[in-house]
Ligand binder design. Structure first.
Ligand SMILES: Cc1ncc(COP(=O)(O)O)c(C=O)c1O
Length: 410
């Protein structure tokens, strides 16, 4: 049983079911022993707990409340009608790979050959493809935290070890001490994992720090795995700096991306991966044995999102900025809440003075205020006491959520 949880509090997920078995029982069942060692997923447990309660406003999950725009859905529907219902190449239909190349050219002015671009069945799948192409049992991955829990789980599944390097929360924003990052690397370090913009903090790694990381990684033959899924969710610039802008084609880099957040397509399960020049055949092999590529018809929807999605991104950001400012004004009025400023994503990662136990606070919020937030301890070792709130909802919902929050922390 996890810290702070009571038996019967939550319906068990796969992870908890495993934990109810003794190692002997597991061995008897012939499941992989690594599953017994996966770190607990307190965020997922709390999410399920919130789902069980009537009338809960859930700001615990990382997605916007807008449905996918019609021009994207229509294109996928047309593709279905046109018979785009057959197997397609495992790395994506050529039109989509080309459209992703065009997107980078228009947005960042960088030229990427389609042989380095792989369409995937989600950002999560892109991450798994990248990790499983390089990690072996016993490797170490140095990850900047707080970090989206699923990425830690994805590394753990490869039987590599995660070494966490926490950002520091300062009044002016989250900061990374690069020396700490470099000191955490050993001869076993295979990769540095950086999520920028970060889920949950909204921290953006500045380009000059990216350059230092790249130099360090080049010297040590360490891979950089850059999760850039939130690169368009920026309030003060058109996009967040990308490792793709500074890396050469042969640098050991994987950049993970997704259609989920920018284009309100979380349920489509579509993403992409950009790899180094030598990676195409390796990623193709793994993709073939994985899902043989993303759904064919859906890829035609995502082509339209890249071609015509800019206005939609801007509209979403406008709404999220209103909510962000509302929340900032509310927190400022309380005086007992630390929310280091961030210029990206749709998350507030905050801490309430005098509330060190984020699991019990998250549970109280559900029980007493019907408001579900994600507990900070789900985002790494450093994050006990923090909460993550996703403000990508309607203004009315945001107003109601603030009222509910106030009944517990006010
Ligand atoms: C940092 C990060 N990477 C990847 C993903 C996965 O995105 P997708 O929906 O494409 O699997 C998420 C989803 O929340 C995320 O927060």
């Amino acid at each position: 049983m996890r810290q702070g949880m009571q038996p019967g509090d939550m319906s068990p997920g796969p992870n908890m079911t495993m934990k109810h078995k003794t190692p002997d029982q597991l061995e008897e069942m012939h499941f992989r022993s690594v599953l017994e060692r996966l770190s607990p997923n307190q965020g997922a447990q709390m999410l399920r707990y919130g789902w069980q309660r009537e009338g809960v406003i859930s700001l615990a999950q990382g997605e916007g409340s807008c449905k996918t725009p019609d021009f994207i859905a229509d294109a996928a529907y047309k593709a279905l009608q046109d018979g785009k219902t057959f197997y397609a190449p495992a790395l994506g239909v050529p039109e989509l790979r080309q459209e992703i190349a065009n997107y980078y050219e228009h947005l960042m002015g960088i030229s990427l050959p389609t042989s380095r671009i792989f369409a995937t069945g989600s950002g999560t799948t892109a991450m798994h493809l990248a990790l499983t192409s390089i990690l072996e049992e016993g490797d170490e991955v140095v990850a900047v935290t707080p970090i989206w829990k699923n990425l830690l789980g994805a590394v753990e599944l490869t039987q590599s070890k995660i070494v966490q390097v926490p950002l520091e929360a300062q009044e002016k924003g989250w900061q990374l001490d690069l020396e700490k990052l470099f000191d955490a690397c050993t001869t076993k370090t295979k990769a540095i994992l950086i999520v920028s913009p970060s889920n949950p903090t909204g921290w953006i790694m500045p380009e000059h720090e990216m350059k230092e990381v790249l130099e360090f990684a080049r010297d040590r033959n360490i891979w950089i795995i850059a999760d850039e899924v939130y690169h368009r969710l920026t309030y003060d610039r058109p996009y967040a700096p990308s490792f793709l802008e500074i890396c050469e084609p042969h640098d050991r880099l994987f950049s993970v991306n997704s259609f989920s957040k920018s284009y309100a397509m979380t349920g489509w399960r579509l993403g992409w991966l950009v790899g180094l020049a030598e990676s195409e055949s390796v990623i193709r092999d793994i993709a073939l044995y994985d899902n043989m590529g993303p759904p064919t018809y859906a890829q035609y929807g995502s082509i339209e999102s890249l071609r015509h999605g800019e206005a939609f991104i801007a509209d979403q950001l406008k709404l999220w900025k209103i909510n962000r400012d509302k929340l900032r004004a509310y927190f400022d009025s309380k005086g007992n809440i630390l929310w280091p400023p961030s210029e990206a994503t749709f998350y507030s990662f905050f801490k309430v003075e005098g509330e060190p136990d984020c699991l019990s606070l998250a549970k109280r919020l559900i029980d007493e205020a019907a408001l579900s937030l994600a507990p900070g301890c789900a985002f790494g070792k450093c994050c006990s006491g923090w909460l993550r709130l996703c403000y990508a909802v309607s203004e009315d919902k945001m107003d109601e959520a603030i009222k509910r929050l106030d009944t517990v922390i006010g």
